[in-house]
Design a protein around this ligand. Structure first.
Ligand SMILES: [Zn+2]
Length: 243
């Protein structure tokens, strides 16, 4: 990111902090990995020194999630899927497949809506509906929550706590939602902040991304698995990440 743009984002963040609260500055600051790391270490999902956690957002999606699941089976890897309630309502059988293959099911909200400037009541309704939909579909309760766009507000945290959910963002991402993404670019972006204990953010659906972007995600999984192995780490779901 060019320095002038970084500067602008920081000033935007500071401006929001003055006008609202530090929590409300989070979305702007969140776009800069170094700031995210130093300001919000408790949400990065940093785990044990021998593992990296693999997580996917925005599914379940009948077009792409089964392909991701097949690749993970082939690699012998389990992951954590942050699901949208509205996608679960449409495609419950895909969520059941994710669950039956032994992956963690987590909550990403009922709808993919930014929590910034939304009322506490609206956020609560959204999260509770998604939570209930997942619970009634796979007969188990999600344990982790990741808000859309990584935007955390006070009502986000309060609702997560009341539902017994641990809020987890990520330590590194593949920027796999972009139309310009390729398997090589996804791997390169992941590597830029990948270290022992990292939590990785990818997407198993393009429902909020560029159409077909999941193909880049899919293509990056095998080389990512090799890279993690070469470092002597294991790729695991959040429930085995030791954090
Ligand atoms: Zn998302």
């Amino acid at each position: 990111m060019p320095e002038a743009k970084v500067d602008k984002v920081i000033r935007f963040g500071v401006g929001l902090a003055t006008a609202e609260s530090l929590y409300r500055s989070f979305p702007a600051l969140n776009s800069i990995p170094q700031l995210r790391r130093s300001l919000w270490p408790q949400f990065l999902g940093t785990g044990s020194a021998t593992t990296v956690a693999l997580t996917f957002d925005d599914g379940p999606d009948p077009k792409s999630t089964p392909l991701i699941l097949d690749k993970l089976d082939q690699l012998g890897v389990k992951a954590t899927f942050f699901c949208l309630g509205e996608m679960v309502e449409r495609y419950p059988y895909v969520l059941k497949d994710v669950h039956d293959r032994g992956h963690d099911i987590a909550l990403h909200g009922n709808w993919h809506r930014n929590h910034l400037f939304r009322s506490a009541k609206s956020i609560r309704y959204d999260m509770e509906r998604g939570f209930d939909t997942i619970r009634s579909t796979v007969s188990s309760e999600p344990v982790y929550f990741r808000p859309p766009y990584g935007v955390i507000t006070r009502p986000t945290l309060a609702t997560a706590a009341s539902l017994g959910l641990r809020t987890v963002l990520w330590g590194t991402w593949g920027r796999d939602w972009r139309s310009a993404a390729t398997p090589a670019s996804v791997l390169k972006d992941l590597k830029s902040n990948l270290e022992a204990g990292s939590t990785i953010l990818l997407h198993d659906s393009d429902c909020t991304s560029a159409p077909g972007s999941f193909k880049s995600t899919l293509g990056a999984l095998e080389p990512l698995h090799s890279l993690v192995g070469m470092n002597g780490w294991r790729m695991v779901p959040l429930s085995e990440h030791g954090f």
